[in-house]
Design a protein around this ligand. Structure first.
Ligand code: ADP
Length: 630
């Protein structure tokens, strides 16, 4: 992915291999290895890596000693320090030396990757001016310190740096950086320099300093030479005084100048910016932690892929479901790291789409419902929920319905047979004939319902899989012929616009006829006498598009999302028109079994257009041979 050169310095072979072989190499980094600090030092000087990842505890020379030696030799290479134990003092030393980040084992690959990226982007870390700087030097150094300070998110380090520079610039003997505690409103020393030892950071010591309190109250710098020379400047954040940067000299001859006030004010501004950064970072860190926690707690499997196709986040649920481990997939593509063919297929199919849904089967028999969503500026998020139980319920429901329907059909045939025989065994009066007619109608409605139910069960169960190269035109003509008498009776104007040279589709002719028969049948049924119906077929690169348009009663917007559900009938027609509410469910199942789509555009009172798309046979498979229409 990157090609940047990293130097890994670690005395443990096991660590070297788990970090390098399992993580850094697969991510495309060029990795140099060193087994101890001295060797690391040599390689760093000879090969100039872009970044160093070093263990702290090594036999001859610690990671920090190596880093210090490199810096003394004038080489400031971004470095990430790793320790087994970790202590505050190591952390402070590490940050003083300007490390990019500091990790305790075990490593979190995601955080390590983020630190590596940060380190590679980082250019200059610190600029230390000479004690007696000229004005130009001062200006340049201030600028550089500003860059370094505002680039760092570690507040303690920045405050320490600011104080160190403040003392150095002003030629003071000591100094303190004090911040107001937001909750208690007390002033706390956060960084302090009292001797040549260096700046102490990470402090939180309350102070009662009258002069500092005065600066906080009025927001102005303060110079005093009462007893000792002292200069205090306020830290101002969003118009509020949040702290004081102060330097002092016991030597009464070393007073502070106006220039010192200005330089310290600039430094105080840097500190204020750092505080703002740290607060913002802290908030985003909390948000991130909350988000991670939510992801981990979620029983759904979640996978995030960046815009270049690399996996950047995987939760525990996804690791378990897909039998993967975090280290082996982070920073790699789906193709490289995930075996599941369904998920790979869905991701390929997703491409640049907004949302793609589908099922992912796992080798242990479980089924996940996956939704892939594109998120602008981030990439693609795949969320997968287990639906094995629902699938099983659905299968049981279909089986139950199919069995019951099947068992109901025989007695109905018996009823119809005996009703037909009734007038053969004796003459029936008009009233009796009327009753017989009603029985026949009811039985026929029940038979239709049962046939529809059985069909739906068969289609959903994937029977009728047999498909052949199929021409649509003869199918539509047959459907039209079957309905001609009704069309004539209702005086409908019927138009079929279907080119003779349509490409074929791979389909089951019987089922396709059933689908179009349901759609055209509905158009005829729901269009009042004298209305218009048109069936139009057109072709795009890869699909046939069939539109069945009518000028009938239309479908209210509230009903439209449900009409493809089983047994759903719009209230407006439920009384006036006979039906089972299964016709469109059958259409949808058939179309989807042909990898097509169906949808409706309709306006109540004005008419409806049902559109079906079906993939055409792709040329090159030898199936498109002279698609002659019959
Ligand atoms: P039904 O047996 O009720 O026609 P369908 O599943 O075929 O069942 O259709 C479901 C519902 O969709 C119908 O009850 C009706 O409300 C509506 N519908 C379907 N096609 C049309 C159409 N062409 N015009 C108006 N409404 C329609």
């Amino acid at each position: 992915m990157t090609g940047e050169r990293l130097l890994v310095v670690d005395d443990s072979a096991e660590m070297r291999s788990s970090l390098v072989d399992a993580f850094l190499n697969p991510m495309g980094f060029e990795v140099l290895l060193a087994e101890n600090g001295a060797e690391g030092m040599k390689r760093a000087l000879a090969d100039r890596p872009d970044l160093i990842i070093t263990d702290q505890v090594m036999p001859d020379m610690t990671g920090l000693e190596m880093l210090r030696s490199l810096q003394e030799a004038g080489h400031d290479i971004p470095t990430i320090l790793i320790t087994g134990e970790g202590s505050e003092s190591i952390a402070i030393q590490a940050f003083r030396l300007g490390v990019v980040d500091y990790f305790k084992k075990p490593l979190d690959p995601e955080q390590l990757l983020a630190a590596i990226r940060r380190g590679l982007q980082q250019e200059s870390l610190r600029a230390v001016p000479s004690p007696r700087a000229t004005e130009a030097d001062t200006f340049r150094a201030l600028l550089e310190i500003g860059q370094s300070i505002t680039a760092s998110l570690e507040l303690e380090i920045v405050l320490g740096q600011v104080l160190e520079e403040a003392v150095r610039f002003s030629g003071a003997e000591m100094g303190d950086l004090m911040l107001l505690d937001l909750e208690t409103e007390e002033l706390h020393t956060r960084a302090s320099k009292t001797s040549d030892e260096g700046v102490e950071i990470g402090l939180h010591v309350p102070v009662a300093d009258e002069l500092a309190a005065r600066v906080i109250a009025n927001g102005n710098p303060l110079v005093s030479s009462n007893g000792k020379n002292l200069l205090y400047v306020p830290l101002i954040l969003l118009g509020q005084v949040v702290g004081v940067l102060g330097v002092s000299n016991l030597d009464p001859t070393r007073a502070f100048s106006v220039n010192d006030v200005e330089v310290l004010s600039v430094l105080a501004n840097y500190a204020a910016i750092a505080i703002a950064n740290a607060r913002a970072f802290q908030e985003s860190r909390i948000e991130r932690a909350r988000f991670r926690e939510m992801l981990e707690q979620s029983s759904d499997a979640v996978l995030v892929i960046d815009e270049l196709g690399y996996i950047i986040l995987v939760n525990q649920g996804a690791c378990e479901a897909l039998s993967i481990d975090l280290l082996s997939v982070l920073g790699r593509t789906i193709g490289e790291s995930i075996d599941n063919p369904d998920l790979r297929g869905l991701y390929e199919q997703h491409g640049n789409r907004q949302v793609t849904r589908g099922e992912v089967s796992l080798p242990d028999g479980r089924t996940l419902n996956a939704q892939l969503t594109t998120i602008e500026g981030m990439g693609c998020v795949a969320v997968m929920q287990e639906v094995t139980h629902l699938k099983e319920l659905d299968r049981m429901k279909t089986k139950f319905v199919t069995t019951v329907s099947h068992d109901l059909r025989s007695p109905l045939t018996g009823i119809l047979g005996y009703v037909e025989l009734l007038n053969r065994v004796g003459e029936l009066n008009d009233e009796q004939l009327g009753f017989v007619e009603r029985i026949k109608n009811s039985v026929s409605t029940m038979t239709n319902l049962i046939n529809d139910l059985l069909d739906l069960g068969r289609i959903e169960a994937g029977m009728d899989r047999a498909k052949e190269n199929t021409h649509l035109r003869p199918i539509l003509l047959q459907v039209y012929e079957g309905m001609q008498s009704e069309i004539v009776t209702k005086q409908l104007d019927f138009e079929l616009d279907c080119p003779a040279d349509l490409p074929m589709v791979l389909g089951n002719p019987l089922r396709l006829r059933q689908a179009f028969s349901n759609l055209i049948g509905n158009a005829v049924k729901y269009t009042p006498d004298g209305g218009d119906i048109s069936v139009t077929v057109s072709v795009t690169d890869e699909h046939l598009i069939v539109e069945v348009r009518d000028t009938g009663v239309g479908i209210p917007v509230a009903d439209q999302p449900h009409i493809f559900d089983e047994f759903y009938r719009a209230d407006a027609v439920a009384e006036s028109h006979q039906g089972t509410g299964l016709g469109l469910a059958i259409v949808k199942s058939i179309v989807e079994a042909h990898e097509g789509r169906v949808w409706v555009d309709s306006k109540a009172g004005q008419g409806s257009t049902f559109t079906v798309t079906l993939p055409t046979l792709t040329p090159g498979k030898g199936l498109m041979d002279s698609p002659r229409a019959p």
